[in-house]
Write a protein that binds this ligand. Structure first.
Ligand code: SAH
Ligand code: SF4
Ligand code: F3S
Length: 448
């Protein structure tokens, strides 16, 4: 039996694709191994969103080709999957480190054929083709990244073409999955004991299935809010969704959350900048005023919702005034946390032809100043949980301390507490006694 080692970079969509790749491989008679040195095949599922992310691929292939195993002359096949594979295609074979095959973002269902072709002697095998019509979106229980949490893709690709972003090129146009299929999957996951599903896509609010099959009985201003209500009706304990696109974020989403306890208290709404000039140059399709209107709706929700975002620092022509506007926006929004990225020019995107004229030094200064503000607000938010009791889905034994368990609240905070492994998969009440930057600590009160 051939052994496969699978490594994943990038977003939840890549994690989800890798889960299905592993599911497919096991069904086809391969074994998934956690040990790279023991593997006959090493697969790298890649991300191209920033230059650094892309470089990880080249570093890893270099390490694999210089490993002890290679030096012994033991054959090890290296396959590249995901966004870099889709974008670079055959050119990946030209590097100094040998890659055996390349599979694009929609070709991952054919991973077993690719490996078999390479073992049969085919050189430079690549497949950048579309998904097969009968592509199976489900994941076997064993291959989920966590036993009690499942990712369920609802829409793939992106039509937005923000000027800095490579995703529409690596993932293609938006395509929504049928609602009936999503609901079938969630019901199935619930039967398997999954407690939390994450409905995922580059822009979940743009969900627009060809036929509303499965949503007829649900009200809502958009297909996405009807889908949220339909998934809530499955009775699964927790539902989160990610990522929301500000322009398409309809206020009815907040109403749907308030109507259904199992829709979680968390919205991730990437703003990218607080300056209208920069938002226009990014072609985001929202202004800061329209963004803040959505924030006001989220903040006025009867059930308190946590709010997170993404921000890009140092987009071409970003002036000090633009940056000050970004600080002002963040001060107003009081995000629970934020992912902050320095602008990274991506070949092939419209912004690539603009001059990357904010110096590395200025980018770093602005990054640090912005981070300081975010951390300041974040600390206040995290401290507000002290002495409060939160409900935690116990997901795993903590990586840092084997006596501790770790899980998430409905508002997406990580909580660690002492407890035994029998609690895994349960939702428990934890009284918070300590707040660190990204983690809350506490003591368990009782099982729910
Ligand atoms: N679909 C989501 C996020 C996609 S990528 C959205 O529309 O917001 C995740 C994050 O990476 C983005 O929100 C953005 O903040 C960041 N990002 C994307 N391209 C980037 C680039 N070229 N340089 C720096 N950050 C980038
Ligand atoms: Fe990229 Fe914009 Fe699409 Fe998000 S909405 S994936 S940032 S192009
Ligand atoms: Fe990266 Fe591709 Fe996701 S570029 S962020 S892995 S869609």
């Amino acid at each position: 039996m051939k052994k496969v080692y699978l490594e994943t970079f990038g977003c939840q969509m890549n994690v989800s694709d890798s889960e299905r790749v592993a599911t497919r491989l096991v069904a086809d008679g391969f074994e998934i191994t956690p040990h790279e040195a023991a593997a006959d095949v090493v697969l790298i599922n890649t991300c191209s969103v920033r230059e650094k992310a892309e470089h990880k691929l080249y570093t890893r292939v270099g390490q694999i080709r210089n490993s002890e195993r290679e030096k012994r002359g033991d054959e090890q096949i290296v396959g590249v999957l995901g966004c870099v594979a889709q974008l670079e295609g055959e050119t990946l074979f030209e590097g100094k480190n040998e890659i055996d095959f390349v599979l694009g973002t929609k070709a991952v269902g054919r991973v077993s054929e690719a490996i078999e072709n390479v073992f049969a002697g085919q050189k430079r095998y690549f497949d950048l083709g579309d998904r097969e019509d009968n592509y199976d979106w489900s994941v076997s229980e064993v291959q989920r990244h966590l036993p009690y949490v499942a990712f369920v893709p609802i829409i793939e690709g992106c039509n937005k073409f923000c000027t800095y972003c490579i995703v529409p090129f690596s993932r293609g146009r938006e395509k929504s999955l049928p609602a009936s299929e999503i609901i079938r999957q969630v019901l199935n996951l619930r039967r398997q004991g999954v407690k939390e599903v994450h409905l995922i896509g580059q822009n979940v609010n743009s969900y627009r299935p060809k036929i509303d099959n499965g949503l007829e009985d649900f009200h809502g201003a958009t297909a996405f809010s009807r889908l949220l209500r339909a998934v809530a009706a499955t009775g699964i304990e927790r539902i989160k969704f990610n990522t929301s696109f500000p322009r398409d974020f309809h206020p009815d989403i907040v109403d749907a959350i308030n109507e259904n306890k199992n829709l979680c208290n968390w919205v991730h709404l990437p703003v990218q900048s607080g300056s209208n000039d920069i938002l226009r140059a990014m072609r985001r399709g929202h202004t800061i005023e329209s963004y803040l209107q959505k924030i006001d709706k989220i903040k006025s929700s009867p059930r308190k919702l946590s709010l997170t975002t993404d921000v890009i620092i140092g987009f071409p022509d970003e002036t000090d005034k633009d940056f000050q506007d970004t600080l002002k926006m963040a001060d107003y929004c009081k995000f629970d946390s934020a992912y902050i990225f320095k602008y990274s020019p991506r070949p092939g995107t419209p912004a690539y032809s603009m001059i990357d004229n904010v110096s590395a030094e200025v980018k770093t200064d602005r990054f640090l100043e912005f981070e300081k503000l975010i951390r300041f607000n974040q600390r206040a938010v995290f401290r507000s949980y002290l002495d409060k009791t939160v409900e935690v889905l116990v997901e795993k034994i903590s990586n840092k301390n084997s006596m501790e368990l770790s899980g998430h609240t409905t508002c997406q905070k990580v909580v660690n507490f002492k407890g035994s492994s029998e609690l895994l998969g349960k939702i428990v009440k934890v009284k918070i006694s300590e707040a660190k930057t990204n983690t809350l600590y506490g003591e368990i009160c009782c099982n729910l």
